[in-house]
Design a protein around this ligand. Structure first.
Ligand SMILES: [Zn+2]
Ligand SMILES: [Zn+2]
Length: 250
């Protein structure tokens, strides 16, 4: 598997990075995890506009899904006059309605589904192209999922947005790469069931036995170096900050 960080800024884009979006490739199949603010532009640095094979949306906060509205335009009103075939989109209950109303307040009822094939995510295991995918509900104020993507005996686990939860530890059990959010700063922000801080991300990686930790979803107003230091204090394996354009062979 190859992972490319398309965007990794938390909550809103920074000058350097779009919001959450991660491209996972194997056997020529391209699965995009989240499409937050600015991600569609960055994505085109890494693959063609119409080269995605499936999209997974961890939850419906704008910083994880809002560029789906722009992507709808690109697929529905193609420059060549054609219309793209429906692309599989896996998201929480109500994804189509949310994206449709975000796009326009008087939407054509079915237009989104002409170019997206919506599937409702539940905690489960299913196949997406060559990948085996496991999804679990994580701790966030809205219905939100963490996802484990497996291929060829290797695994990537993406936390989505979550507070500390044993569910995440289990999802990331022995995973090869743990892409884990660290939006909060230890000792500064402490709101249960919302986000992890760097220390908690490190603790979760340790409990899970993850082989590598990549911290993501750090907002522009947060000192990333502090979160990295805190994660290192709780996790002995390799840990680094996600960066736009970074790639990992898993
Ligand atoms: Zn977020
Ligand atoms: Zn969120």
């Amino acid at each position: 598997m190859k992972l490319t960080v398309v965007g990794c800024s938390g909550s809103f884009p920074s000058a350097e990075s779009a919001c959450s979006s991660y491209l996972v490739e194997a056997d020529g199949f391209r699965l995009l995890l989240d499409m937050g603010n600015g991600a569609l532009g960055e994505l085109q640095r890494h693959c063609g506009l119409y080269d995605l094979d499936a999209i997974f949306l961890s939850h419906l906060h704008a910083d994880h899904c809002i560029d789906m509205c722009a992507y709808f335009v690109a697929r529905y009103y193609r420059h060549d006059g054609g219309r793209c075939a429906p692309l599989p989109v896996y998201g929480p209950e109500g994804t189509e309605h949310r994206l449709t109303t975000a796009y326009a307040d008087t939407p054509t009822a079915s237009s989104m589904s002409e170019v997206f094939d919506f599937h409702t995510v539940k905690p489960s295991t299913f196949e997406v192209g060559p990948f085996t995918v496991h999804t679990e509900r994580v701790a966030h104020p809205v219905e939100a999922y963490g996802i484990r993507v497996e291929h060829g005996g290797r695994s990537l686990t993406y936390s989505g947005d979550t507070g500390a939860t044993e569910v995440l530890d289990e999802l990331a059990r022995d995973t090869d790469l743990f892409l884990c959010e660290a939006a909060f700063t230890h000792g500064k922000e402490n709101i249960p069931g919302l986000h992890l801080n760097g220390l908690e991300a490190g603790e979760s990686a340790t409990r899970a036995g993850a082989r590598r930790l990549v911290l993501t979803h750090i907002p522009p107003w947060t000192n990333a170096a502090t979160n990295l230091r805190d994660a290192r204090s709780a996790y002995r394996g390799p840990v680094e900050l996600a960066a736009p354009g970074a790639t990992y062979e898993i």
